[in-house]
Design a protein around this ligand. Structure first.
Ligand SMILES: [Zn+2]
Length: 193
């Protein structure tokens, strides 16, 4: 189901994420492999909440509360990406672009109700965390000092007291979906012109 190769940075994020998951589920971190799935490892909804909060703290990020399909449907409107409980062709294209780590044939095979399982792939979490890290401030824009741990979603420079909010994962997802949506539309209108 996964066709991803992990580079060194993915690998480093995976190792740290594996420790978060293993602590929460009281399992061996070696079980949290890139092919693993949080549900298969025994994570139930309360565990997922804990894993989410612990991963936010570990990586200094804010994880989105809505999944990417919920967000995409808000931007694209009803019945564009999903019809009769399955992805439309447009929906399959969206996911192939957004989640390249998943074998694209999966999107046609599953009903949307079955997607919850895919969103719990360890590799999908690693990719999501990496994207959030890359979009969150790592160092003070005034003096370059690396930010320490966030407190209540806010980081403060230890040297010059400059403050920055961590961007919310939902805002970042919404922006990503909007950019994709606009690019797709531009493409289509230039193709028909
Ligand atoms: Zn500073």
């Amino acid at each position: 189901m996964l066709n991803a190769t992990l580079d060194a940075r993915d690998q480093e994020i995976l190792e740290r994420f594996a420790r978060v998951v293993a602590t929460s589920l009281r399992i061996d971190p070696a079980q949290v492999t890139r092919e693993a799935n949080l549900a298969d490892l025994g994570a139930e909804s309360l565990d997922l909440l804990e894993i989410t909060m612990d991963a936010e703290e570990e990586f200094n990020i804010l994880i989105p509360q809505k999944n990417i399909l919920q967000m995409a449907q808000e931007v694209f409107g009803a019945e564009v990406l999903v019809r009769d409980g399955r992805l439309t062709e447009e929906g399959r294209k969206f996911f192939a672009h957004r989640m390249p780590e998943v074998d694209p044939s999966v999107w046609g095979e599953l009903t949307v109700a079955e997607f919850g399982q895919i969103f719990l792939n360890v590799t999908t979490w690693v990719r999501m965390i990496r994207g959030l890290i890359d979009s969150s401030p790592r160092a003070c824009p005034q003096c370059g000092t690396p930010f320490g741990k966030a407190v209540a979603g806010r980081v403060t420079c230890a040297k010059c007291a400059t403050e920055r909010d961590l961007p919310s994962g939902d805002d970042l997802n919404r922006r990503w979906v909007q950019e994709y949506y606009e690019a797709e539309h531009r493409q289509r209108s230039s193709a028909s012109a």
